[in-house]
Design a protein around this ligand. Sequence first.
Ligand code: MG
Length: 205
Amino acid sequence: MKIGIDIDNVVVKLTEGFCNYYNLKNLEKLDFENLKGYYLCDSLPITREEEHSLWHEYHDSDNFDDIGFVGNAKEVINLLKLNHKLFFITARHPGWEEKTRRFFSKHFPEDHFNIIFSGEVYGGAMSKDEICNNRGIKLIIEDHNEKGLDYAKRGIQVLLLSMPWNKNCEEHEKLTRVKDWNEILEKIEEFEQGEKTERGEVKNG
Ligand SMILES: [Mg+2]
């Protein structure tokens, strides 16, 4: 099965890493668990432009290179790759591509994963949900609630990984909340079983 995997806050702890970086340099602390929304400007008195500058500052710092995996993402990815075709899909800034590819080469040196930059926030031609739709991706792991709904509305099964900013996500029959990567693995197995049963039913008329 073709599986889509968002990178930030699904594979890597981008926002948590940012909070740690920010808290080293500022008296006013950012509490990851109690962030008020997906964007930093939801929790800090800054504009979106200032937020962009902060993200780039973090990207250019050495701290960014030590960014950690979300839970046991690495182990589960190593299991999933044995039976599935994985696509890592991100809306990261195109200028982040080099460090992104370096991260994957470092942690998955034997793999040549598909890493796709939608660039949708920066005038890219296609959104992440269009990319999934065009490539026949059946299931995606995502943390952004609105993005999750975009996929769900296209009929793509979404596993929404719980994060402080997606607690109040609108419900959708194609969207399932998961608490960690163990549950992601379970839900993928369930979903695949359901797909097989469905195909069997079609075959038997
Ligand atoms: Mg994300």
